[in-house]
Ligand binder design. Sequence first.
Ligand SMILES: C[S@@+](CC[C@H](N)C(=O)[O-])C[C@H]1O[C@@H](n2cnc3c(N)ncnc32)[C@H](O)[C@@H]1O
Length: 183
Amino acid sequence: MHGEPAVAVLRLGHRPGRDDRMTTHVGLTARALGADRAIFAGGSQAAETVRDITDRFGGPFEAEVTDSPKAVLRNWDGRIAHLTMYGERVQDVEDEIRATRDDDGESLLIVVGAEKVSFDVYEAADWNVGVTNQPHSEVAGLAVFLDRLFEGRELDREWEDADQEVVPMETGKKVVDPDGEEQ
Ligand SMILES: C[S@@+](CC[C@H](N)C(=O)[O-])C[C@H]1O[C@@H](n2cnc3c(N)ncnc32)[C@H](O)[C@@H]1O
């Protein structure tokens, strides 16, 4: 989040056609829950969709595509947390991960997979982290991990340059433009 060491999310192993929605949801979840940047491995519409949402609902948030996720991992200047059901329990490592940001000012790359993740990724990671040690989803794992990392502060994040802002309502839907005009 703004003014803090950067958090990026790397989405691995996208299978065109099969994983499009999940990949887009990884990007949208990264943006909504406090990350600064999403990097999508392989061709995908996800980067474009996430950019479009950022244009409409605000940022800052960067979405990009890489054809070499291995190079992203190799060249990352900071720490790496790989989310996997086989990893250490998030509740056991979250303090240590936060300390590298709060005390040492290091940026964090969070890696999520799609299908089987190669062993290189486990080795490149500073932490392999399980959000429970049960199989579930990269979107759910990412959401819980980010909320733990930011200790809930991401829920109060301010958005810049939004064309549309949702006004929370007990019932109904209200969306306003930057002048407060209802849309
Ligand atoms: C459908 S799972 C694939 C699971 C696969 N067997 C593997 O290599 O871990 C896709 C992604 O969801 C995430 N994931 C699934 N369960 C998780 C858990 N319990 N904790 C953290 N991440 C998880 C991981 O990032 C994983 O790569």
